[in-house]
Design a protein around this ligand. Structure first.
Ligand SMILES: [Zn+2]
Length: 204
């Protein structure tokens, strides 16, 4: 997937033109270049991010940044299974195993630092932590908006439009705004991944 992302960055970089004079910027390495024709400074990483097609997970380094998130998901599932009280069919947080929890947490910290080292410092930590928020935002946004949407739909077809409908519309707007901001955050992370790739490739 990362390989495909690199291909997409290269493909976009090959067709990029100077926004001021339309001169082709093909073959110029680095995240920021100076247009050979008009001398304007051009942010290549930003141009590639704007023209990015499809999902951001295809961006270089994106999957690497998502590793701690995958780890948190796995840990949550395992710990939830451990904390589930099968005789009462409920979660009992008191039976949460402490040492496995601590172990999961230590490995999470190790993963975050390993990524930071690969990604070039603090930026890697910030982006990787932000990835947790992105997953959370999508989860809450989707799980929250779908039931509200169904309720609104059933209200309308049953002609039961009232104050509750208005409240539901407001709740729906909130979830849509959440999904939109999450999408923006994802675009931000993807853009940083593109920038990182261009930086690494200009120095080699
Ligand atoms: Zn130019």
């Amino acid at each position: 997937m990362t390989q495909r992302g690199i291909e997409q960055v290269e493909k976009l970089r090959d067709v990029i033109q100077c926004p001021h004079c339309q001169y082709s910027l093909r073959g110029l390495a680095g995240e920021k270049v100076t247009c050979p024709e008009c001398g304007q400074k051009i942010n290549v990483a930003l141009l590639i991010s704007i023209n990015w097609e499809g999902a951001w997970y295809k961006a270089p380094f994106y999957n690497m940044l998502a590793v701690p998130v995958a780890w948190v998901c796995l840990a949550t599932i395992v710990l939830a299974i451990c904390a589930f009280d099968y005789s009462y069919y409920r979660f009992d947080l008191r039976s949460m195993p402490f040492f496995p929890f601590l172990g999961f947490f230590v490995i999470w910290v190790v993963l975050i630092f390993a990524i930071a080292k690969q990604f070039g410092g603090t930026e890697g930590i910030v982006l990787s932590v932000l990835m947790h928020g992105i997953l959370f935002g999508y989860l809450i946004g989707l799980l929250g908006s779908v039931p509200v949407l169904i309720r609104l739909f059933s209200d309308v077809i049953n002609y039961q439009v009232g104050v509750q409908t208005l409240i539901n519309i407001l709740i729906l707007i909130f979830f849509i705004a959440l999904l939109y901001s999450t999408r923006r955050a994802e675009r931000f992370v993807g853009g940083r991944c593109v920038r990182r790739y261009l930086r690494v490739n200009s120095s080699t």
